[in-house]
Structure formats: structure tokens, C-alpha cells
Design a protein around this ligand. Structure first.
Ligand code: URP
Ligand code: ZN
Ligand code: ZN
Length: 483
């Protein structure tokens, strides 16, 4: 690959916005500076465009078994991701009961190989903890999988008990792994759901009734308490409302390393979507469910005050016609999950940055730099700095579109954000210096994504890292930045 020079663009980092050129060579950023003049470089004119680091979506589910069916595959969804400005995903590899972590990692890598348009890293979701699996945790970290997800819900297949959560917190901490939790009380949800069905309440709206916010907040609080006793950091995924955010806020105000993510659908959609006519509400069945409208402002507050550090899509996409209809007579059988990877950056820009809720710097921090730091990918990913991978989005704030499933690259037959007007969209996207999106069109070869090894001791270990640095001043210590 020859040299490329991005000229005249406005660079955006979590802290700054300034005009500079970027020289790319051998997949990496070689120089960032004013008026770079390089012979024999292909010039990419970024006049009038923002230059952002490629988005790092740390929460996706590609080809994931859920509710007796598989979510949309790598092939379609990673192309959709690329067009939407995402150059790296961190996907959840789900341990099938009776299998090892090593087997799970290999299975997920085999699915991704040759089928991913963008780079990827993995979390591993432990569903079946044995003594052997605990012992295997350090080996997973050595293989580049340093984040562990535990589901406190989905009693039918993925849920773990408190003992599992506690043991994984302790073991992961020994090797710098980060535990992420889906915090909902699965036992109580299961009881509520069975009762609702017995009473004849089969409609999708009862999905939300069966998963009240208190059930999420209780599990959040429990997970935080267990992390405190285990003396380990913890990351709460898909925080959907104030009650859960408040648990994180309270714990961190006392100095506990507790962090969290929310998702675009909790910021832009609300529970009224479950009242759509006929069975349409099934499109929005995800867990935790969409909440009351006022919760959106509460989540924006939690982002602004630093309670939540990241946004991930929780992209777990299904077709409405066939897959969501599996639960036509019983909301419990609707596969949980929605889509968003194609439009999340457009939505966050149009309805977050343009409305003044967040700055463009904050958008970069929430969707690229912080996810990379928490997941052990920084500074290779999530940064426009010398030495980083040349994953770059040239973002055009003038592009106007209406989101519609008819034009999307995502494989599903519907779009979470159908009908939303957006202003601002990725125009060109580079993956490790290769142009994969040109003028909004995917031009890559569909299979150039690579596995990215995550490093342990991500930014959730901030204080711990500081101690390690102090103790080893002479030694070089790999750190993944500070918040
Ligand atoms: O409804 C959701 N969120 N589906 C994906 C799996 C999960 O809980 O993250
Ligand atoms: Zn979840
Ligand atoms: Zn998820």
C-alpha cells in the first residue's frame, strides 16, 4: 500500500479540534501536522470534513444464538458498520455449556474469518463455570480476550448465579481482565413473565412490563457490591435508566472502579414503541427494554456528568417477518435484540451533537476512544496519533438523509430508527489506511477485517495501573491510557 495524505480536514479528538494533515503509511498513522508535504502520496481531500477516529463499537452480537434463532451475520452487519463509520467491533463470544473458553474463542474467530469487513476483538460470555473454566481465564487473556461478560438474566440459557459472578470477578482481576455484566434480576423476571402469560398477556408490550427498571437497578447494585468485595473493577452494559445509573454514580463517588455504557436506543426511543399496532412492538423487544421518555434526559445527564463512559450499540439484529414472529403468541419467545450499527454515529451526531447535548469531542470519546481504552485496544484503536492504526472517518456534517430499512446495508427487514431525519454522515472511511467507504458507498472487499488482540489492564484499572507504574518506574509498562 502506498502512502496516503489526508489534507485540510478538521481533526477531532476527545480534547481538541484543529486543522491538520495526516500521513498514512503501512496501515499506520505516520505523521500528524500542519501543511505536511509528502512526495508520492495519494492525496485525500478532507476540505469541509471532520476527521474522526473510526468508531469502536464495544457491544455487538454477530451470528449469536438467541431465542432459538441466530442474529444477523458478520457478512452483512460489518459492511453496515463500515458505512456507518465503525472500523472495530468487540463482539460477544458466548460459551456453549460444556465447552471451554478456548473452544468458544476459536468458534467465534472461525465465524468471523473471511466474513468481516472491519476489525474485531472479542469478549467472552461465561455461561457455564467449572473449576477448569476458572483456571482457563488467564489463558483467554493471553489469547487476547481480556473482557468477560456475565448475564444476570436470561434464565433459560445464559444466566449465571452470584457465586459465578463473584468467582469470575476475583479471577479476572488477577490477570487484568475486566468483567462486564448484563444487570437484570433473571429469577424475578422469569416469575413475572410466567405469571403474565398465565393471565393471557402475550403481547410484546408485556416484555417491558416483565422487566421493570427496579429489577435492573437491583442487579446493578448487587453486581457492584460483589465487585467491591472482590476488589475488582466492573463495567455495567446497556444502562437503560436513571435508577441503574444512580447505582454507578453512587459507587464511583465513593471511589469504587465502576463504569458503564448506555446504547443509542435508550437515548432516542422509548417504551411507547411497544404500543405500536398489531405485533409491530416486537421489533423493539430488547433487554433491558425501552423505558419511559423522561429516562432519555436522565441518561444524557449521566453521560454529561461522567457516570457513563461509553456508548455501544448492542447490535443484535433479527428479521421482523420470520424471527421476531417466533414470539407471536408468547412475548417470551421473541428473540431479544435490535439494530443500530449502521446509524448510531449519524444519530448521535444529529440528535446529540447538533442539539447541544454533547460536543463532537464527547462523541469521539464515547464511541471510539473510551471503548478502546476500556477494552484494551488503545492506542492501536480509538485514536488519531502517530503509531495508531489508520482507522479514520471523514465525516460530512452537511449530508442529509432519512433513515429507512429499504436503503440499509443491515440484513434486517426493519430499522430501529426508521423515519428519523439525520444531518451529518460518514463520507469516506479508511480501515488501516485502506479506503473501504467512498462517498458513502462500501468499496472494500468484504473480508479485510482482522482479529485485534486486547491487552489486559485497560483503563478500568486506572489506579492499579498508576501503582504498577510507580513500582516499576524503570520498566516500560503497557497501559491503555487514562480517562
Ligand atoms: O436484547 C438484547 N440486548 N439482546 C442482546 C443480548 C444482550 O442482552 O446483550
Ligand atoms: Zn445484555
Ligand atoms: Zn448485548
Amino acid at each position: 500500500m502506498g502512502k496516503k495524505l489526508i489534507k485540510n480536514g478538521c481533526l477531532v479528538t476527545p480534547s481538541d479540534m484543529y486543522y491538520a494533515d495526516i500521513l498514512i503509511e503501512d496501515e499506520k498513522i505516520k505523521a500528524v501536522g500542519q501543511d505536511l508535504d509528502v512526495q508520492e502520496a495519494e492525496i485525500i481531500n478532507a476540505d469541509g470534513l471532520y476527521v474522526l477516529p473510526g468508531a469502536v463499537d464495544e457491544h455487538t452480537h454477530m451470528s449469536m444464538p438467541n431465542g432459538g434463532t441466530l442474529s444477523m451475520p458478520w457478512e452483512t452487519e460489518t459492511v453496515a458498520a463500515a458505512v456507518g463509520g465503525t472500523t472495530t467491533i468487540v463482539d460477544f463470544a458466548i460459551q456453549e455449556k460444556g465447552t471451554t473458553l478456548g473452544e468458544t474463542i476459536q468458534k467465534w474467530k472461525a465465524r468471523a474469518k473471511g466474513n468481516t469487513a472491519i476489525d474485531y476483538s472479542l469478549h467472552i460470555a461465561i455461561t457455564d463455570l467449572t473449576d477448569e473454566i476458572i483456571k482457563e481465564i488467564p489463558s483467554a487473556v493471553e489469547q487476547g480476550v481480556a473482557t468477560f461478560k456475565l448475564f444476570m438474566a436470561y434464565k433459560e440459557d445464559k444466566m449465571v448465579d452470584d457465586s459465578t459472578l463473584f468467582q469470575v470477578l476475583k479471577k479476572a482481576k488477577e490477570v487484568g481482565g475486566l468483567v462486564m455484566v448484563h444487570a437484570e434480576n433473571g429469577d424475578v423476571i422469569s416469575l413475572l413473565q410466567d405469571q403474565l402469560i398465565e393471565e393471557g398477556n402475550t403481547h410484546p408490550l408485556f416484555h417491558a412490563v416483565s422487566r421493570p427498571i427496579e429489577i435492573e437497578a437491583e442487579a446493578t447494585r448487587r453486581a457492584i457490591a460483589l465487585a467491591k468485595v472482590a476488589d475488582a473493577p466492573i463495567f455495567i452494559v446497556h444502562v437503560s435508566g436513571d435508577e441503574s445509573a444512580e447505582e454507578i454514580r453512587r459507587a464511583r463517588s465513593k471511589g469504587q472502579p465502576v463504569y458503564g455504557e448506555t446504547c443509542p436506543h435508550y437515548l432516542f426511543l422509548d417504551e411507547s414503541y411497544y404500543d405500536l399496532p398489531s405485533f409491530e412492538g416486537a421489533k423493539y423487544v430488547c433487554s433491558p427494554p425501552l423505558r419511559e421518555k423522561f429516562q432519555q434526559d436522565k441518561l444524557w445527564d449521566a453521560i454529561s456528568d461522567g457516570t457513563l463512559q461509553a456508548i455501544g450499540t448492542d447490535h443484535c439484529s433479527f428479521n421482523y417477518k420470520e424471527q421476531k414472529h417466533l414470539g407471536f403468541n408468547d412475548f417470551r419467545k421473541i428473540p431479544n435484540g435490535g439494530n443500530g450499527i449502521e446509524n448510531w454515529i449519524q444519530m448521535l451526531y444529529s440528535y446529540g451533537v447538533r442539539t447541544g447535548k454533547i460536543s463532537l469531542n464527547k462523541l469521539v470519546e464515547l464511541t471510539s476512544t473510551n471503548p478502546a481504552k476500556f477494552m484494551g485496544l488503545f492506542p492501536k484503536k480509538g485514536s488519531i496519533s502517530v503509531g495508531s492504526d489508520a482507522d479514520i472517518v471523514l465525516f460530512d456534517p452537511k449530508i442529509e438523509q432519512q433513515i429507512t430499512a429499504e436503503k440499509q446495508k443491515q440484513g434486517s427487514d426493519y430499522n430501529f430508527y426508521e423515519g428519523f431525519e439525520i444531518k451529518g454522515s460518514p463520507r469516506h472511511v479508511l480501515l488501516r489506511g485502506e479506503l473501504i467507504v467512498e462517498n458513502g458507498n462500501y468499496v472494500g472487499n468484504h473480508s479485510q477485517g482482522e482479529f485485534v488482540k486486547a491487552e489486559p489492564y485497560g483503563v478500568a484499572y486506572d489506579l492499579h495501573n498508576q501503582k504498577r507504574r510507580n513500582q516499576n518506574e524503570s520498566q516500560q509498562i503497557k497501559v491503555t491510557g487514562t480517562l
